[in-house]
Design a binder for this molecule. Structure first.
Ligand code: WT7
Length: 661
């Protein structure tokens, strides 16, 4: 993270107490004050078995567990011996308990016709039936318990249906973000050894169509193992259906009976894989299992957002289901709380920059959860857009994905929250399953830019390499010192990477990969990643992935990718490229555009470099390591403070500077 933004958080000391009338607006407040927070947190750490045992008893189990937790560093098992089903607790349970006619979800399509956008609402009963049919359809395609199903769709209701259908039969899902391109599909399907893909013909995005099925077709040329592709028609995009492999959703799914019951699975049965970037080129498949994840995401959603069934709450999260935020806080964490969850299909600025506020108004959302990068875009688009809409239904605002700069926090608080809505700045990761440090809206005084205090059961700390806790305001490594129910259970097919990445650098503790400090109040401040992972618009991107895509173009022989400060994205992507000798004469804007397009097509638009610099050689140390810090300084336009005496070629730095446009 840029040191400028660190400075701006260091001076921040405005404190916002929870509004006095919060309880009056919310009905019951689960954690009403700091004394309650402290008592619950203290107990959750002193007696995790008692604490989580009580929480888990609020869920439906087919067979009870015999032990709450078993901890064999680095492996944890939760609710050992119990059997459950995450789809049952999200959906079927509500129907069984007499809430089948309650609204489970709302959805808006992106296109806006003369009569407004397409809006759908579904009850728990409708959702259960649709999920049961989809589960049956997947089984008719040969999917069995334990088989990984790949899901690559736009943000349509059927995406949530497909996810829950997998959970229903115990087939782990692997959702691939619809913004990723063919190569990303190939890598993930191969790694997961997945034989069935669920997709759409296309997805609406900013008025255009993302050709999802064409991307799947291209990927399948390199994936002989894929047996079936189930295709939902959404955009009406023409494309050939491959005989024997492709099936239409509208032909197969509605024809099934809605009778398939939820499969009882072991508490540690895999629920899903979700691929995320690390510091090597290969994305890792983060494994989450059933019982612990199911309990953790629903309980944290309830505490963090103060969810209350039957009180008219409506929860709107702008994330895509292709990311962990969508998994945990659109589907698995919200549905069990019986508060309608709103999904939106498209871009925030389609057909105009007020789209999210139109959705809040139309659905009377009480909760709104988005990323700082989006808030910075809203600020730039201007106050007139939210001002056009009635946002008075809002009660709680959330942010996630990256540190929020205090300016954006204040704008969000005033312009969106009308000064009356607590902001929960939630830090967590694909790996943590759910929130690990966050304010609680009725209890925690907030300070713009700080994610404040640990969630129940989370023993978070800032330590040095030896695991020694750092004094107030000293920077260090963010760790969690004991297991929590939502933690990852492994990296698919790569035990060593699981051990090396999370459990080796600081002995006996989970290493998040973020730098952090705690202030004198004990509040946490996240300082950014400590590895070669960039946080671009709240999305994780491995520098090595972009580098290998650039080299894969065959136009570039060597590339180094670093982050650079970016007004909207937080971090932008800067690439330093050494062109192949045959193309060296082409260094220029046309080549820049060609390489940017190549990366966008290969990985997806989020990986498209913002800046490309051509150079004759990359600056390296004598041992051959690329001097990334120096490149970061150059990309940020700073005079480098780095000692350059170890540079292999002193001329390189000068040449890089000359290449400044
Ligand atoms: C990384 C995890 C959690 C869902 C979205 C991203 C950064 C996330 C915050 C926050 C500061 C944050 C961290 C973390 N991050 N939320 N509120 N404040 N940083 O999930 O792709 O797994 O990325 O995002 O660096 O390690 P992810």
């Amino acid at each position: 993270m840029a040191s400028d933004s660190i400075k701006s958080v260091l001076v921040e000391d405005r404190v916002f107490a929870p509004p006095a009338d919060f309880a009056a607006r919310m009905g019951e407040v689960h954690v009403p004050d700091m004394a309650a927070y402290r008592a619950m947190h203290e107990r959750s750490i002193r007696d995790p078995e008692g604490f989580w045992g009580e929480v888990a008893r609020g869920f439906r189990w087919f067979a009870p567990w015999t032990r709450v937790v078993e901890w064999n560093l680095p492996d944890a098992k939760w609710f050992v011996g119990g059997t459950a089903n995450a789809c049952f607790n999200a959906v079927d349970r509500q129907v069984e308990e007499g809430h089948g006619d309650d609204v489970a979800s709302g959805w808006e399509g992106e296109p806006v016709g003369p009569g407004g956008p397409e809006v759908r609402r579904g009850t728990y009963r409708e959702l259960r039936d649709e999920v049961a049919r989809c589960a049956e359809a997947l089984e008719s395609l040969g999917v069995r318990k334990g088989d990984v199903v790949t899901i690559y769709m736009g943000m349509v209701p059927e995406l949530a249906v497909a996810v829950l259908a997998c959970a229903r039969i115990g087939a782990p899902h692997s959702v691939i973000f619809g913004g990723f391109a063919a190569q990303a599909i190939v890598d993930r399907v191969q790694d997961a050894d997945s034989k069935v893909i669920v997709t759409c013909d296309g997805a609406w995005r900013r008025g255009g169509v993302v050709p999802l099925k064409a991307n799947v077709d291209a990927a399948c040329e390199r994936l002989p193992g894929v047996r079936s592709v189930l295709v939902l028609r959404r955009t009406g995009t023409e494309g050939a259906m491959k005989n024997g492999r492709d099936r239409w959703w509208h032909e197969l799914v509605p024809a099934q009976p809605a009778t398939r019951a939820c499969e009882p699975v072991d508490s540690e049965h895999p629920l899903f894989l979700l691929y995320t970037s690390g510091s090597t080129g290969k994305p890792k498949g983060i494994l989450h299992t059933t019982g612990g994840y199911m309990v953790y995401v629903a309980a944290t959603a309830r505490w963090t957002f103060n969810l209350q069934p039957g009180t008219g709450q409506v929860y709107f999260c702008t994330a895509d289901l292709g990311w962990i935020t969508g998994h945990s806080y659109i589907v698995y964490g919200i549905l069990p709380n019986r508060v309608p969850t709103v999904m939106y299909e498209g871009a925030p600025n389609f057909p105009a920059e007020d789209r999210f506020w139109a959705i809040v108004e139309r659905h009377k959302a009480t909760h709104f959860y988005t990323a700082p990068t989006a808030i910075r875009s809203f600020m730039r688009w201007g106050d007139a857009h939210p001002a056009k809409h009635d946002l008075s239904s809002l009660r709680v605002l959330g942010t996630v994905g990256e540190p929020i700069n205090p300016e954006a926090w204040i704008w969000y608080h005033e312009r969106i929250g009308g000064g009356r809505c607590p902001i929960v700045d939630t830090i967590w990761q694909t790996e943590t399953g759910g929130h690990v440090i966050t304010p609680l809206p009725g209890a925690t005084p907030t300070v713009p830019g700080s994610c404040t205090l640990p969630m129940f059961g989370v023993d978070a700390a800032v330590v040095d390499e030896h695991g020694t806790e750092q004094p107030a305001n000293a920077g260090g490594l963010l760790v969690i010192r004991r297991p929590w129910p939502g933690m990852l259970r492994g990296v698919h097919g790569d035990r060593q990477r699981f051990v090396d990445t999370y459990w080796s650098r600081v002995k006996g503790m989970y290493l998040a990969g973020d730098g952090a400090r705690r202030d004198s109040r004990g509040y946490f401040w996240i300082m950014g990643r400590i590895d070669d992972v960039l946080n671009v618009s709240g999305h994780r991107l491995g520098t090595a992935e972009v580098e290998s895509s650039l080299v894969g173009s065959k136009l570039v022989v060597e590339a180094a990718v670093v982050g650079m400060p970016h007004e909207i994205k937080g971090t932008g992507v800067a690439a330093f490229c050494v062109l192949h000798p045959d193309h060296a004469k082409d260094a220029g804007d046309a080549m820049r555009r060609r390489l940017m397009e190549h990366v966008a097509k290969d990985i997806g638009a989020i990986a498209r470099p913002d800046v490309i610099r051509f150079t004759n050689a990359l600056p390296k140390t004598r041992s051959g390591k690329i001097m990334r810090r120096l490149l970061r300084d150059v990309a940020a336009g700073k005079e480098t403070t780095q000692d350059t005496t170890t540079l292999e070629d002193f001329g390189v730095l000068a040449k890089l500077r000359e290449s400044d446009e």
